[in-house]
Design a protein around this ligand. Sequence first.
Ligand SMILES: *Cc1c(COP(=O)(O)O)cnc(C)c1O
Ligand code: SF4
Length: 336
Amino acid sequence: MITVNRRLAQPPLPRWQQLWREAVTDPLELLRLVGLEQHARRLLPAGDTGFPLRVPRGFIARMQTGNPDDPLLLQVLPQVAENLPQPGFVHDAVGDAAARSAHGVLQKYAGRALLITTGSCAVNCRYCFRRHFPYADETAAANGWRAALAAIATDTTVTEVILSGGDPLSLSDAKLAELGSALVAIPHVRRLRIHTRLPVVMPERVDAAFAAWLAALPLQKVVVLHANHANELDASVDVACARLRDAGCTLLNQAVLLRGINHSATALTALSERLFAAGVLPYYLHQLDRVLGAAHFEVTDAEALALIAALRHSLPGYLVPRLVREVAGEPAKTPL
Ligand SMILES: *Cc1c(COP(=O)(O)O)cnc(C)c1O
Ligand code: SF4
């Protein structure tokens, strides 16, 4: 029958898109899931929804039940500390609002063009500059890529295109394929770099269809993951990383140095070791952008430098990340 055929013709949502819809957005539910109902007084008052909670259930499953200081929980839980006075912390911490072009391309560094592909993420990280700028309208996707791709096509110095956001893997495979084909058609673009937290917070995103598309894409491919603590990596993340490697990607990680989450030599050593076990090399360790609401995560430069010195003693050189800060107007990330 026609109606039945029609229903059959509708492809089911990919599993990762179902998981996306099932993400936890209610802070009290999150506390219940990790056995911390009695900690509700720590939460931002309900109605303070400027930057709402959002976290996939698979990521919650990696949190330790009953631990109010769990390093994964602290990255996503909206806490009253965010509303304390924070001198020196501002809305636009990296001066990006001015640097953003209307069509979602950022060209600050030689040879590289960064595309703001989307404003959405699978997780809302409390320390992120994005908490004040969802960037919904300034993405390259908003105008169907045309202006963004034209800007890249006319500048023959661009050899590497970086997909950023938001999280570029929040786009559908079809959207990514459309973008990928357009980039392949630009002769001077040799490398595609993808900055994404999805293989960590929702590894199901790296499904067979996505991996097949990546493998077939005739560009050199780099995926820069974002994990801040060893506990974020489990067997499901290992699978996603293996798929990305099998698809021909070089895997790197960037982390943010966060007080109470990873600001110890022990935590950072464990992170590097765990990343390498998953086939990922540590790339950057970022000093926090001084964004309003994130002051309680800040680690001083002196502490940060001491931590890196300790890592140099405990790890092989290739597992020591570069400690950097983003300084508006500089031609590269600034080493500390
Ligand atoms: C961080 C960044 C890059 C990439 O810098 P690398 O040092 O190559 O990782 C490129 N463009 C912009 C606008 C950036 O902020
Ligand atoms: S851009 Fe990255 S750090 Fe910011 S909320 Fe999204 S996933 Fe988290």
